[in-house]
Ligand binder design. Structure first.
Ligand code: TYD
Ligand code: MG
Length: 454
């Protein structure tokens, strides 16, 4: 039976039986490419006739020691890794081109090498001289990292097999090219094959392999998402181009918590760790202004305070604008609808802009109440007292729902000099962190409080 080609989205990895202009999986245009079928190997032919070796089965209760971890000494990185680098693991670091992945990994490579790991940095994008120049600029030239510029997977694996390093950084997976795969470098099949071989190598030899993957919108080059399922840990390096803040976020981690973040600042001398992100995100805040509200959030295991900014203005267009930076636009529409339907506050005919200051992306529903407060405060031109933080989830009925880790949020707010908080009623009883709490159970009461504040 002839095997049909499949079609794969190079941005999200979804497969289809026929080509289309827009991917049903992720909604991107022109990202679907044709892939040769996987060869019908022995598995599909003569499984009955040829026997394999029996696999060993063990008990669930068998004692397992936690994996040994090596710290880089960069706390922001080690925490995101779940407490350090684990041997025999494959890590994917994704991010937009130019965001600072190579810089971060060169700094990390130097730290791990100094901590005693045999470290290789293999670049397929830059010549060794370029990497060396960057290392000099970052004052890392003395670190015992071995460099190579290579793209052939076969050559890379041959070297790794003989040298057996503890840590290998492959920058980037899209430049690595396997000669046994019949498609161009950077294509979905090439990237998958290369990632698969490198991951298998990591498991077999006990090395840690870090692969860099550029996020791309170009259909010809596969994005990091097509290999996310193969690796143990997926980290994304994010940030706004115009901002110097960078956030390393774990979206998957077999050796630690997901959703942990590390915060860095891009400086002239590379990435500097930001030990107290709340201080940084609130640093640009002036006097209390309409539309500005401080949200006490939790990112991973750490409380982070950020400023939510809203602007509401009469629209000159028939269709008002809703623009969001750093938050989910569907969630914004929901909150506008709840404010309108449950509290009788219309936003029709008004443009609404929402911005999370500092370039961080917030995905917690706990930010609902802070967003509502920012919108109300902008619309009514009143400001909340500057030493107040807000958090809580809003349900479609207009009720306020308690969120997790209340005490941690309050403690962080207290640490940064806030004196009061508006929070939902209910939830686990806990301390007030030393703040004056205003507890509310529904949005209507909250609206009264915010409007009354001005
Ligand atoms: P880079 O690490 O090359 O990004 P990526 O590998 O994700 O494509 O970083 C690129 C940007 O970082 C570049 O625009 C210059 C800036 N940069 C600094 O601001 N300071 C530095 O010390 C370094 C090395 C880079
Ligand atoms: Mg790079």
């Amino acid at each position: 039976m002839a095997k049909l080609n499949t079609f794969t989205c190079s941005a999200c990895g979804a497969s289809f039986s026929k080509w289309s202009g827009r991917c049903d999986g992720c909604g991107e245009w022109n990202t679907i490419v044709e892939e040769a079928p996987l060869s019908a190997g022995p598995a599909s032919k003569s499984l009955g006739a040829k026997r394999g070796t029996p696999i060993t089965l063990t008990d669930l209760s068998a004692k397992e020691t936690p994996p040994p971890r090596t710290g880089s000494g960069m706390d922001e990185l080690d925490r995101v890794l779940g407490g350090g680098l684990v041997p025999a693991s494959a890590i994917l670091v994704g991010g937009d081109p130019g965001i600072g992945k190579s810089t971060l990994l060169l700094q990390a490579a130097a730290r791990f090498a100094q901590a005693g790991l045999k470290t290789f940095y293999i670049s397929g994008e830059e010549a060794s001289a370029q990497v060396r120049m960057r290392a000099q600029r970052l004052a890392l030239a003395d670190a015992p990292v071995k460099l190579a510029a290579a793209t052939s997977l076969r050559d890379i694996l041959t070297t790794l097999e003989t040298e057996a390093p503890d840590l290998v950084i492959i920058d980037s997976i899209q430049t690595v090219w396997a000669d046994n795969v019949d498609s161009v470098p950077g294509s979905v099949s090439q990237v998958r094959a290369a990632a698969h071989e490198l991951t298998t190598f990591a498991k077999r030899k006990g090395s840690s392999v870090v692969m860099v993957g550029h996020v791309t919108k170009d259909g010809q080059i596969a994005g990091p998402r097509v290999v996310e399922h193969m690796v143990d840990t997926v980290l994304y390096f994010e940030g706004e181009r115009g901002h110097q803040f960078r956030i390393l976020r774990s979206v998957k981690n077999r050796f630690g918590p997901a959703d942990e973040i590390g915060v860095f600042e891009m400086t002239g001398a590379g990435l500097a760790e930001v030990a107290n992100p709340s201080e940084l995100f609130l640093s640009g805040r002036g006097n209390p202004a309409p539309g500005s509200v401080v949200f006490a959030g939790i990112e991973g295991t750490r409380p982070v305070l950020v400023e939510m900014q809203a602007l509401v203005a009469p629209t000159p267009h028939s269709q008002p604008r809703r623009a969001v930076v750093g938050w989910d636009s569907a969630r914004l529409s929901m909150i506008l609808a709840v404010l309108e339907a449950r509290c009788g506050i219309p936003f029709a005919g008004l443009d609404v802009y929402l911005n999370v200051a500092g370039g961080i992306k917030i995905s917690e529903p706990a930010a609902d109440l802070a967003v509502a407060a920012a919108l109300l405060s902008a619309r009514e031109d009143t400001s909340l007292p500057s030493e107040t933080v807000v958090f809580g989830e809003i349900s479609l009925s207009g009720a306020l729902r308690p969120v997790g880790q209340t005490e941690n949020r309050l403690k962080e707010a207290r640490k940064l000099g806030f004196t009061s908080a508006i929070v939902p009623t209910g939830g686990k009883p806990g301390g007030d962190g030393g703040l004056t709490l205003t507890r509310m159970s529904d949005l209507t009461a909250f609206v009264g409080e915010v409007i009354g504040a001005g």
